[in-house]
Ligand binder design. Structure first.
Ligand SMILES: [Zn+2]
Length: 80
C-alpha cells in the first residue's frame, strides 16, 4: 500500500509542497491528512485526543504504567 497514492486518490492533491523534486517536502494538507489516517487506524493512540473529565488537555503520560495524569485536577486515567 502506498499511502501517498491513497492521498492522491482521496484528495486529488499532491502530497509534496514546492517544485523542487530533489528536496521534496510534504504539504501541510498532507501532514494533516496523514495524522488523521494514523488516528483512524490506531497507529497513534486515542490518548492523543484525550481530554480529562475536568475539560483539561494538560495531560502527562506515564509510559511505564501506561497511564495518563491530568496536571490540573490530578486525576489518573489508566490504560488509555
Ligand atoms: Zn482534569
Amino acid at each position: 500500500m502506498d499511502i501517498k497514492q491513497n492521498y492522491r486518490e482521496e484528495t486529488n492533491l499532491e502530497p509534496y509542497a514546492g517544485d523542487d523534486e530533489r528536496h521534496p517536502s510534504y504539504s501541510n494538507n498532507y501532514v494533516r491528512w496523514l495524522e488523521q489516517q494514523l488516528i483512524l487506524h490506531g497507529v497513534v493512540g486515542r490518548s492523543e485526543l484525550f481530554k480529562c473529565a475536568c475539560g483539561s488537555t494538560n495531560l502527562q503520560k506515564n509510559k511505564i504504567h501506561n497511564s495518563i495524569m491530568c496536571n490540573d485536577c490530578k486525576t489518573v486515567y489508566a490504560n488509555i
